[in-house]
Design a protein around this ligand. Sequence first.
Ligand code: ADP
Ligand code: ZN
Length: 290
Amino acid sequence: MLIGGIEAGGTKMVCAVGDENGVIQDRVSFPTRQPDETFADMIAYYKDKDIKALGIGCFGPLDLNRKSETYGYITKTPKPGWNNCDIVGVFKEALGVPVGFDTDVNGAVLGEVTWGAAKGLDSAIYITIGTGVGVGVYVNGGLLHGLVHPEAGHILLMRHPKDTYEGKCPFHKTCMEGLAAGPSIEARWGRKGVELADRDEVWELEAYYIAQAVTDYILAYSPQKIILWGGVMHQEKLFGMIRKEVQRQLNGYVAHEMITDKIDEYIVPPALGEDPGILGAIKLGLDALG
Ligand code: ADP
Ligand code: ZN
């Protein structure tokens, strides 16, 4: 059985076809332009693929409330042309199949829970630290929604005593995204993260902020696995630094062996490489079959 999966991003739309075992058979990518022309390319791609369902992991904010008149919409985005866009409706009508829908990061955590590093667990979080910070939350065997959906990439953080950078988030300045995402590294140090690989002070601050957020997520959600990825986490030395710093910040308060003894298995990169988002989208499609 073939299922479609879309990772809908602000710069590109990754469209794939896979099966119920999470094996990707084919994929393409289209640049994100205005909705009409972008959707036309994506629909043409799926038209002859005989998919039984489609899943979409999408950039937000989104309306995920099934009782709402605007369920399945991208809601209030500053991205020109995309404000109030009925993405689920477009694909339902064009392809005539059930459509599953969630945030891109909820898609990614679902991919890892289904086929990756958190397989078999009933709670996990997926944190991507790239151009922005996004957090997908899976708890009690399901994806977390709520009033809207979690926006845990914007939690407010305590500033590192040595950090004088004002913070880059246009809404909060010194939230997680404003202090730790790729563009804030570049603004603080005047160079891109990849060019700062040998500057210890850069990664000391970075590990401090990421660990602070992870500590808060551990305290708030009690996840059984924490998966970290995104461009910034390609500095893989950060994993060890973050694990140590999480232990220091928790200070023995959550005395579970996963934190005290097995933190190397607790805070990990994805097991699905670069594919948790697209595989999660396929799982969203499978789940839409009911
Ligand atoms: P996006 O978040 O747009 O999907 P990425 O996850 O690739 O894309 O994140 C891009 C950000 O990550 C940029 O700000 C970039 O500077 C930063 N980045 C990419 N690679 C590295 C690296 N090896 N080390 C540090 N930062 C990186
Ligand atoms: Zn913010």
